[in-house]
Ligand binder design. Structure first.
Ligand code: FAD
Length: 328
């Protein structure tokens, strides 16, 4: 994987940030909407770009932009990839799902990424269908993420690095971890060049899983998904949602302070940083942060790990929509 080549060479841990298209993307404040690349941007999107700019100053190796299941907000994903890659010059990875969606949408997204100079796609299946009828709705469509991996390889050769999803504690529709590793192998054999994992908090389970994955002959880089702790409620909700184990020590540390958000962030920072240190000690040299579009808690963990640059230098690109420039 080109994205990760340097971190291996230098032996110094690197990190990346994940963003999602803001749900407030519908233009709410017409006066704030501006045309860029033919798209109308809302205040929410502008705020996100401003944040991307500041977070660029933290020195991520790359950023990625998620894909709305079934292609919702897909135009926005494409726009964000274009802006991040070609305006901000950030190495960008575009998520792309392949089920419950017209193939033309996939083709358009890949072409947009290609033209923007983006060379990284995270190829996903997307949410499981709720009813079998819906499952067959897209004629000639894809069934598994590996079908998308194959398709991208056939269409674009080696242009893209292709990431695939890994699940150390089971996925939403399959808790058989061994079976999931077999399916992960199929995705890598189809052309996947790196793995990004679901979030987790139990490092021991994760490292065991990495060893199992390696034992199966999967030797591409594995990027652990790190979810920093912002509030106690969000911490519990996300762990439950991903069906991941919360180590007892974490519960003991966080439960007594659950009503104090800043305490939770502070203690949570320590717990997540310890987890990252263990990963780094185990030879995992790239950390992927689920930022939830917010800088603070990821930043705190990186600071604790001493991975932030001495001088933060946001690009402050003179983007045309910046109100501070007085442009309308
Ligand atoms: P697959 O690898 O295709 O697996 C899906 C299911 O099919 C699994 O149960 C698997 O075991 C089974 N399976 C695979 N191959 C076979 C086979 N040959 N025979 C039988 N069964 C098989 N969703 C979004 O909508 N947008 C995003 O941007 C997004 N980003 C994500 C990022 C990461 C890092 C992760 C971990 C998940 C993300 N997801 C996203 C969620 C993802 O789309 C769902 O978890 C989805 O349910 C599974 O996607 P997959 O790519 O892992 O599917």
């Amino acid at each position: 994987s080109k994205m990760l080549a340097q971190s291996k060479e230098e032996g110094k841990p690197t990190f990346s940030f994940e963003f999602f298209p803001p749900k407030t993307a519908q233009v709410q404040r017409q006066e704030a909407a501006t045309l860029i690349f033919g798209a109308k941007l809302s205040q929410g999107v502008q705020n996100l770009y401003d944040r991307m700019d500041r977070m660029h100053g933290l020195g991520p190796k790359f950023i990625d932009v998620t894909w709305g299941a079934g292609g919702s907000l897909s135009n926005l994903t494409c726009e964000m990839v274009k802006v991040a890659q070609s305006v901000y010059g950030l190495e960008t990875c575009m998520h792309l799902t392949c089920t419950d969606m017209e193939r033309s949408k996939i083709d358009e997204a890949l072409q947009t990424a290609y033209e923007a100079g983006c060379t990284n796609i995270l190829a996903l299946r997307g949410d499981p269908p709720r009813e079998s009828e819906k499952w067959q709705a897209v004629q000639g469509g894809f069934r598994y993420a590996k079908d998308l991996v194959k398709y991208i390889r056939e269409k674009y050769g080696d242009h893209f690095d292709i990431g695939v999803a890994g699940y150390s504690e089971g996925s939403d529709d399959n808790d058989n971890v061994d079976e999931l590793i077999d399916h992960l192998k199929e995705k890598v054999d189809a052309g996947g060049t790196f793995v990004v994992t679901q979030m987790f908090y139990d490092t021991d389970i994760f490292i065991d899983w990495v060893n199992k994955v390696r034992a199966k002959g999967i030797d591409v880089p594995i990027i652990p998904g790190i979810m920093p702790i912002s509030t106690h409620a969000a911490f519990l909700r996300r762990a439950k949602w991903s069906k991941i184990k919360i180590p007892e020590a974490w519960t003991e540390a966080l439960d007594p302070i659950k009503n104090d958000d800043s305490e939770v962030r502070e203690v949570g920072k320590g717990l997540v940083a310890d987890m990252c240190r263990k990963l780094i000690d185990a030879g995992i040299l790239h950390l992927h942060f689920y930022t939830m579009n917010l800088a603070q808690s990821s930043r705190m963990v990186l600071e604790e790990l001493d991975l932030l640059p001495d001088v933060e230098s946001p690009l402050q690109k003179p983007l045309p929509w910046r109100p501070s420039l007085g442009l309308k």
